[in-house]
Design a protein around this ligand. Structure first.
Ligand code: SF4
Length: 691
């Protein structure tokens, strides 16, 4: 394929997928934003500096195999033979489930699809999941239960332009996806966040509940909506079921009780409901802050209940949505790298779904494994008697991004074989037995699905450096070495996408009518798009919801405490999140000089009184300790923090890993870990902070 001088593509990072134009210049690659609807000529600092990623000095260029304790360069045949022989030996001795696969929400649709097929057909393992489980699975579970279908935003981002009021529960787009803020300019913002984030700074109203109490707040807001007569009775009667059961739970959440549990004043609760109810155009949006809890699904359901009571979802100029995080967090969960799903957002336990996908794959339905372990459960089981003895990691860095990081690292280290496919030597790659260098965004063709369910073309500007290969080629080559017919694992992205279309046809996320040709012609195609004459579905639910009776479901949810609450030895609550200049585990952005200058090291935000009690001054090095371990972080004394809460960003490695503090408590339905609540203490430390 010839190299082009200019391509129109999208940013490699978050789910907004801002439109960009890349140009090869004599001195490197330059980027310009395009007038794409989500960013309209805007980019954040990560997007502006993304071309630096293409030429980072430690870019992986050769396959590496560990010999004598060191990772040494080898040729592809040696690396692939090492992996295939190792996998085959483990499968022969222990069965297919002794091999696990861990994918990523940044992989293209084509890679995510082929990875799921490779796991279930070439390896025959049920043990596949991905880091998107840590990102939006609670919203997916709650959205599916409420609406019969989960798509981050069931409307285009541009619909928010006309909003008068928007409630953002646990979302901080001013830092995580800044170009989104231009769509919220005309709206009064109600921000729910234990921390006064950059988004909360711009809000008309900031509700600051204690971490882990947002569900109590959501129940309280529903209570006020009902008692003060703000609900939309006609909408509830015509378009929903289950209101009475949900109301019975919310009925006991009087505003004064909510204030006692959450710390949010009664007057602020009332004002929030009034702002939404009186707005001509209102939206409720949730993010990781609501989701990453052992009750994350119920918490999101609590906010959906509020939206339903006010008559918002499924109406023009109103709605509920989830702000998906990772670049392809949406597409990544639709095409088969989630433990319980097959392509097209099909359930792996549904006999009809298994039969359809097996037919496309040319295998017997009964040969497909059932559901496997969720992401943290998979990591937790590595190297145990009944757990996987080998793991293939594609596009993920769980040493930094998974909860209970010391334990996760220990489990990864206990494997007989750890294989990592990445384009930089991430902290997980540095633990691996074999490292496979793969292509990154501007070196490959493919598709991504953004937070609106819009399918986008990623385009190749330049050839990959050194011996890096596409993940599709790697999967093909491994499958062939494992005895599979090569034609079953195409290496061309267009070919893979055409197969994905067939596999998704008739499923909830139906891509059958979406083609490279239509996308290249500039059509805006949101799934479902069941045939090539179909215009796609930018707005879902306008006529009916996706349940058989067409109605949305209220959920009878009840507040409960987090899995871990403060106590004498750990009197504070740590919550984690992101900063503007870094992205996820930081494996990419920590390699970009401008971003590292802006956000060079981990910090911990502490209220002045809390800092004084702990003997900590601004800029001091602190040791933050939870029952699982401790992290070192530079103190930032922040007057707007709650006195009972500290905040750490989770992008940093080594002793600065915020996930050294977090635990493995999981939401019972989504299996989302409770990243947002850990009981901790904070004290002065002498050590130099790890960068
Ligand atoms: Fe990239 Fe997201 Fe920033 Fe847009 S908002 S430039 S997609 S990181």
């Amino acid at each position: 394929m010839p190299e082009l001088r200019t391509v129109t593509t999208h940013c490699p990072y978050c789910a907004l997928q801002c439109g960009t134009r890349l140009t090869r210049e004599r001195r490197g690659t330059s980027v310009r934003p395009t007038d794409f609807p989500v960013n309209r000529g805007g980019l954040c600092q990560k997007g502006w500096t993304a071309p630096t990623l293409l030429d980072v000095p430690d870019r992986l260029r050769h396959p590496l195999v560990r010999r004598g304790g060191e990772l040494v360069p080898v040729d592809w045949d040696t690396a692939l033979r090492t992996v295939a022989d190792g996998l085959q030996r483990i499968i022969d001795e222990h069965g297919p489930d002794a091999v696990g696969v861990f994918g990523g929400g940044g992989l293209t649709n084509e890679k995510a699809y082929l990875l799921g097929k490779f796991a279930r057909v070439a390896l025959g393992t049920s043990q596949i999941d991905y880091n998107g489980r840590f990102c939006m699975s609670s919203a997916a579970a709650a959205g599916t239960a409420a609406f019969g279908l989960d798509r981050g935003l069931p409307f285009p981002v541009t619909d928010l332009d006309g909003a008068d009021a928007v409630l953002l529960a646990g979302a901080n787009p001013a830092e995580t996806m800044p170009p989104l803020m231009q769509h919220l300019q005309g709206a009064q913002l109600v921000v729910v966040d234990p921390r006064r984030s950059a988004t909360a700074e711009r809000a008309a109203l900031h509700l600051q509940p204690a971490p882990g109490t947002d569900l109590a707040l959501a129940l309280g807001l529903l209570h006020i909506a009902v008692v003060e007569g703000w609900t939309d009775g006609d909408y509830i009667a015509a378009r929903t079921t289950g209101f009475e059961a949900a109301w019975q739970r919310a009925a006991t959440w009087w505003p004064e009780r909510v204030e006692r549990v959450t710390g949010v004043p009664v007057a602020a609760q009332r004002r929030a409901v009034r702002m939404l109810a009186e707005a001509g155009s209102a939206y409720v949006l949730t993010g990781r802050g609501a989701e990453q809890h052992s009750k994350g699904t119920d918490t999101v359901a609590g906010f959906i209940n509020l939206a339903l009571a006010l008559g918002l979802p499924g109406r023009l100029g109103r709605g509920y949505g989830c702000l998906t995080g990772q670049g392809n967090g949406q597409g990544g969960r639709e095409h088969g790298q989630k433990a319980d799903q097959l392509p097209g957002y099909r359930s792996i336990t549904d006999p009809a779904a298994r039969e359809h996908v097996a037919r496309v794959w040319g295998v017997a339905p009964e040969s497909l494994p059932g559901p496997g372990r969720s992401a943290y459960e998979l990591l937790d089981a590595l190297g145990t008697p009944n757990g996987p003895r080998a793991l293939l990691v594609f596009g993920s860095n769980p040493v930094v991004s998974a909860p209970n990081a010391a334990h996760t690292t220990e489990r990864l280290s206990s494997l007989d074989l750890l294989v990592v496919a990445d384009f930089v030597p991430s902290e997980t790659a540095q633990l691996a037995d074999v490292v496979l260098p793969v292509t990154q965004w501007a070196e490959e063709e493919g598709t991504m699905t953004n937070l609106e369910g819009r399918v986008l073309r990623r385009r190749r500007l330049r050839v990959p450096p050194g011996h890096a290969r596409s993940d599709l080629e790697v999967l093909h080559d491994l499958a062939v070495r494992l005895g599979e017919p090569g034609h079953r694992y195409p290496t061309g992205p267009r070919e893979v996408f055409d197969e994905l279309r067939r596999a998704s046809a008739g499923g909830r996320a139906d891509y059958a009518g979406i083609s490279y040709e239509r996308l290249d012609a500039g059509e805006a195609l949101h799934w479902p798009c069941p045939d090539t004459a179909h215009p796609g579905t930018p707005r879902l639910f306008l006529d009916s919801f996706a349940h058989p009776d067409g109605r949305a479901r209220f959920a009878p949810v009840e507040h409960r405490e987090p899995a871990e609450t403060p106590r004498a030895a750990f009197p504070l609550t740590a919550t984690t999140g992101r900063v503007l200049a870094q992205y996820q585990s930081g494996a990419q952005t920590r390699r970009v000089e401008e971003l590292n200058e802006a956000a060079p090291e981990v910090f911990v935000e502490v209220h002045p009184d809390t800092a004084e009690r702990a003997g900590l001054a601004d800029g001091a090095l602190a040791r933050v300790t939870s029952p699982r371990g401790s992290a070192l972080a530079r103190v930032r004394v922040v007057a707007t923090m709650r006195t009972d809460t500290v905040f750490l960003p989770f992008h940093f490695p080594g002793e600065g890993r915020a996930n050294l503090l977090t635990g493995g408590a999981l939401d019972p339905r989504s299996r989302m870990p409770e990243f947002k609540v850990s009981a901790v203490r904070i004290e002065p430390a002498q050590e130099e902070v790890a960068r």
